[in-house]
Design a protein around this ligand. Structure first.
Ligand code: NAD
Length: 319
């Protein structure tokens, strides 16, 4: 069987599967998922070559970390066979990027995940905190966790792309190993592309999350809390319906779109069933052998053109 492609993550030396397992659905963020379904999804993902799993204490108020930890343990394989990232600074109770909180947070996460270390610890959605605090306090605190062996690499995540340049321009070289961007590298919004040369020049690894735009690019549509405008939601719905009518699947098209840029190390997609895992891995395998469905992609891009690169507000605060 052909293998799922592995890609280098910046200067970390890590090789991530090009399809990454987003575990927010395991915190019931997109509807209820039983522990059985969660375990089976993680097991199938690992069996098919996915080696990268992402979670956060925020997802389902710590539920995602607990469920993922249990499922990874049940694999019964050596710890270095998989790469785990979690986050700090964002919790069900609110945001706290202080050195004290993130230092406690990693111990809580490790206990829930049943792990001795995580590969990547990311400051979660930094636009909601003070970016200067992230630069001057949070990242130095994470540096100490690195020295203590509790984390291997440091990352930052957020929606507005400007937060990445703000932080990376102010920290010492090498202080941030990874950025995780979401909803900016999918068929409806490709604005991350413009930032890739800058990130490469800084030696920072790039993880791109939410290739399905958090459910917009699926046949069943987004969850009720999705922040997109009604206009964007209905354009995506029209695109999904168009694909279905043509015997195509919008989610497969969206996965292949995101996967086709190799400057993105891993495309992190939220999954909660064996079927979704199999479909998303199959999309990557097909892309590697047959390439993208350029014709349908052009048609879908035309449907989405009026809403291209439309995003939603996310309160950027720089000090
Ligand atoms: P996504 O775009 O990956 O969409 C997930 C939704 O699509 C879920 O409802 C899932 O069940 C469904 N889905 C998955 N595969 C499908 C398929 N083949 N067909 C139909 N539906 C399918 O959005 P996401 O889950 O928000 O993002 C992926 C992951 O990235 C998250 O789980 C999380 O780990 C990470 N993430 C991080 C941040 C952050 O750090 N700020 C933000 C967003 C996402």
């Amino acid at each position: 069987m052909a293998k799922l492609e592995l890609r280098e993550l910046g200067n970390t030396g890590l090789k991530l599967s090009c399809v990454g397992f987003g575990a927010s659905p395991l915190g019931n963020v997109f509807g209820t998922v039983s522990e059985e379904e969660a375990n089976a999804s993680v097991r199938e993902a690992f069996r098919l070559g996915i080696n990268f799993f992402d979670t956060s204490p925020y997802y389902g108020g710590t539920l995602s970390e607990k469920v993922l930890g249990k499922a990874l343990k049940a694999l019964g394989v050596p710890r270095d066979n998989y790469i785990v990232s979690t986050k700090c600074g964002r919790y069900a109770e609110g945001f706290d990027f202080s050195a004290d909180r993130v230092t406690k947070s990693i111990d809580e996460s490790l206990a829930r995940l049943q792990l001795d270390y995580v590969d990547i610890l990311q400051c979660h959605d930094i636009e909601f905190g003070s970016l200067d605090q992230v630069v001057n306090e949070t990242i130095p605190a994470l540096q100490k966790l690195k020295e203590a062996g509790k984390i291997r690499f440091i990352g930052i995540t957020g929606l507005p792309l400007g937060v990445f340049t703000y932080v990376l321009d102010r920290v010492p070289p090498g202080a941030v190993d990874v950025i995780l961007s979401y909803c900016h590298h999918s068929i409806n919004d490709s604005t991350l592309e413009d930032l890739l040369p800058y990130l490469k020049s800084k030696g920072v690894g790039v993880i791109s999350a939410s290739p399905l735009a958090m459910g917009l690019l699926t046949e069943s549509g987004p969850p009720h809390w999705h922040p997109a405008s009604p206009e964007l939601k209905s354009a995506c719905q029209a695109a999904a319906a168009y694909c279905k009518e043509k015997g195509k699947n919008i989610s497969k098209l969206a996965m292949q779109y995101s996967l086709s840029n190799k400057d993105v190390s891993s495309v992190l997609v939220g999954m909660n069933s064996i079927r979704q895992v199999e479909e998303n891995v199959a999309a990557a395998m097909e892309l590697a052998t047959a390439g993208k469905d350029e014709e349908t992609l052009l048609e879908v891009e035309a449907i989405l053109k009026p809403v291209k690169n439309q995003t939603w507000p996310s309160g950027i605060q720089q000090s």
